[in-house]
Design a protein around this ligand. Structure first.
Ligand SMILES: [Ca+2]
Ligand SMILES: [Ca+2]
Length: 270
């Protein structure tokens, strides 16, 4: 027994293996694509408390993203279930949260994310609410930033998209506050240097086999993502707004993120 004890205690390879195992166990979880998030977490709790997949990018616990009871509705979208997120843009420190995924799209392909978004109120200049980035809570290369700003008419809002860090292109249509919209955005890895694009679709036809023409396409401005691996829900200071976000889908194909009931895949029923 004593001999065995000493073998156990002093085998460096064994101890190194344990150390790597512990490190792997503490790493941020990565969901595999395609992925559907219906927010099956308890109402009135923090999203990061209910899910091991969602972690804070910044401002952890400060005006956190929380769970509201029930789902947002969107006609024709299958698999709507469970609850929804609640977030609020405004002044001061606010929690931003993200979800890591794998695999990243190969060069020459796109990654898509869709969600039902309801803007309950919106005032101020505008700020971004959803975006892609590299994997990891510490990443700061936010790309395909989906913006919200008050519309021209009272009690409406406009959606826009920014490649990253500067310039926003807005869709001119005023969308009524309190009515859910179905938003799809993509990061497109175009083969070649400094030529990637981002796209935004608002209420696209569901169930199409390929992506329809987007509402907006924005060209490269700065810093291509070589491995998009995280999607985030952000709460900014440039906008005062209450938003809810639900039924988030991420995938490497259009059909993964904008299905109808006829085109629903088995993984989307779960
Ligand atoms: Ca839901
Ligand atoms: Ca490129």
């Amino acid at each position: 027994m004593k001999q065995h004890f000493f073998k156990f205690k002093f085998r460096p390879a064994f101890l190194i293996a344990i150390a790597f195992s512990l490190a792997a166990g503490s790493a941020t979880a990565q969901v595999t694509l395609p992925h559907k998030e219906s927010f099956n977490y308890p109402p009135n709790t923090l999203l990061t408390s209910g899910s091991a997949n969602w972690t804070a990018n910044s401002g952890a616990g400060s005006n956190p993203v929380t769970i509201n009871a029930g789902s947002l509705a969107y006609t024709g979208l299958p698999g709507i279930a469970d609850n929804r997120t609640s977030s609020s843009h405004g002044s001061g420190s606010r929690e931003d949260v993200g979800l890591d995924f794998t695999p990243a799209p190969a060069d020459g392909s796109s990654v898509f994310c869709s969600a039902i978004v309801q803007v309950t109120t919106a005032t101020g200049a505008g700020d971004y609410h959803l975006h892609f980035g590299s994997a990891g809570a510490a990443s700061s290369d936010f790309r395909a930033r989906v913006f919200v700003k008050p519309g021209t008419a009272v009690n409406t809002f406009n959606l826009g998209i920014q490649f990253g860090s500067s310039g926003v292109t807005y869709d001119a249509t005023d969308r009524p506050c309190g009515t859910p919209v179905f938003v799809v955005f993509s990061y497109d890895r175009v083969v070649g240097a400094t030529n990637d694009t981002v796209r935004l679709w608002i209420n696209p036809t569901l169930g199409l086999g390929t992506a329809p023409a987007p509402n907006l396409t924005v060209a490269y401005i700065t810093g291509e993502l070589t491995a998009p691996g995280r999607v985030s829900i952000r709460q900014g200071t440039g906008l005062t707004a209450t938003l809810e976000t639900d039924e988030l889908r991420i995938g490497l194909n259009w059909t993964d993120v904008a299905p109808n009931n006829a085109g629903i895949e088995n993984w989307q029923k779960q």
